[in-house]
Design a protein around this ligand. Structure first.
Ligand code: CTP
Length: 396
């Protein structure tokens, strides 16, 4: 049975260019088994027609507060009453402001005010509009009101600019609302996650680091929080927003990451080591800027502590999950790493596909063998990984 079988979703569409993706979203929701009813604002109809959503959903698409076809003429009450979720995608800055302020001046905003079921929104707008303090205030208000915020994500925008504000892709939105409906598989569990690169100083302005963006680790932290866990994220230098509900500690070097992790490890049920930790640091970093005149510096390197091995070696260790980014011989290296650190589960990926990208593909190695998680947005993979961990813990 599909994940969204028998789920009744009211899909609200507002007037932004991402409205064209509402067609694909409707198709995917229906394919996943959901019953979709669309409600569109007047501006949404400038980008996509009600006929499109009506044809794809198999249900009438509504646009008017005064639709005489709705029983008792109360479309704003009637349309959400039998629904399990209202999902507004795309949600414009204007629409988010309206819902945050409790305004109801058209069918969709009034319906959001009158609904009894949960509300999820997928913001989509120009990056300046997203970063504007008013929008950020509204998002904080919506979050505090219990509204699920899906995305946005960073990337190229229709206006030609690049930045945060793109609507999450329809596949990611479907995964997101599936998670909202999903069981709280990690309720009551404390999960510790490392993410990002580390930075090992050479002098006061230079250092050794790597190309890890932190996206996978942040997605894993988000997925664990969605599954009901209390999540602590120890993050190396990464310019990513903290996922909702996650407690974040920022660190710079591998030794700082080690100390932060060890302070929480004993009190954790699960440790997921996603960070790309530098294996070596400079033995004698300078507390001034090295000058070129002094000639090429000779850098002596010393080994950093192995964080995952330290946690896995504790007398009563949490359930440990390792990651491996390889450029070749994925299977062989992954098996060796899992055995070396004696962890029950290891997620392996190809570094050339993973670092910095929004999508990835993972192979999970555990005692029962190999499990392929095909290419998908990192958040969708993270949710599958969390589900796999939950199943392993249940069997423990
Ligand atoms: N790891 C860690 N502390 C380190 C190095 C690695 O916790 N000092 C963790 C990583 O977060 C990852 C796993 O160990 O979960 C494997 O990391 P990786 O760098 O791939 O392993 P290495 O054994 O260092 O292998 P390589 O020679 O490929 O660097």
């Amino acid at each position: 049975m599909s994940d969204l079988a028998n789920k009744r979703i009211l899909l609200g569409v507002t007037g932004g260019i991402a409205a064209y993706k509402a067609a694909e979203l409707t198709r995917l929701l229906v394919k996943a088994g959901a019953d979709v009813r669309a409600v569109m604002t007047e501006s949404a109809c400038r980008f996509i027609t009600p006929t499109t959503l009506q044809a794809l959903s198999g249900n009438p698409a509504y646009t008017d507060m005064w639709d005489p076809g709705v029983p008792n003429n109360m479309a704003h009450i009637e349309l959400s009453r039998d629904r399990d979720l209202v999902l507004v995608a795309p949600a414009t800055a204007d629409f988010l402001a309206k819902v945050a302020a409790g305004l109801g001046d058209d069918l969709l905003s009034t319906l959001c005010l009158a609904r009894e079921c949960p509300l999820a929104v997928a913001p989509a707008m120009n990056r300046q509009m997203w970063e504007h303090p008013a929008t950020q205030r509204n998002i904080a208000t919506l979050r505090a009101d219990g509204v699920a915020i899906l995305g946005p994500e960073a990337g190229d925008q229709a206006c030609g600019e690049t930045g945060m504000g793109r609507m999450e892709e329809p596949t990611a939105l479907v995964a997101g609302i599936t998670a909202l409906f999903g069981p709280q598989r990690l309720a009551g569990k404390r999960v510790l996650v490392t993410a990002g690169p580390t930075f090992e100083p050479i002098d006061t302005v230079r250092g050794l680091t790597n190309l890890s963006s932190g996206k996978m680790g942040f997605a894993v932290a988000q997925a664990a929080a969605e599954a009901g866990a209390a999540v602590t994220l120890v993050a190396g230098p990464a310019s990513l927003p903290t996922p909702p509900g996650v407690k974040r500690e920022n660190v710079t070097t591998a030794r700082e990451m080690h100390d932060a992790v060890m302070a929480h490890a004993a009190g954790s049920d699960i440790f997921i080591a996603v960070a790309a930790v530098a294996d070596y640091r400079v033995a004698d970093p300078k507390d001034f800027k090295l000058k070129k005149d002094a000639g090429a510096p000779k850098l002596a390197l010393v080994e950093n502590p192995d964080i995952l091995a330290s946690v896995a070696g504790l007398p009563n260790p949490p359930f440990c999950v390792g990651f491996a980014a390889e450029t070749e011989n994925l299977r062989e290296h992954a098996q060796t790493k899992r055995k070396k650190r004696r962890v029950p589960l290891l997620a392996a990926n190809l570094a050339q596909h993973a670092f910095g990208a929004d999508d990835n593909a993972l192979t999970l190695f555990d005692d029962s063998g190999e499990h392929e998680l095909p290419r998908a947005p990192k958040i969708a993979l993270a949710r599958q990984l969390v589900a796999h961990i939950a199943r392993m813990i249940d069997r423990h």
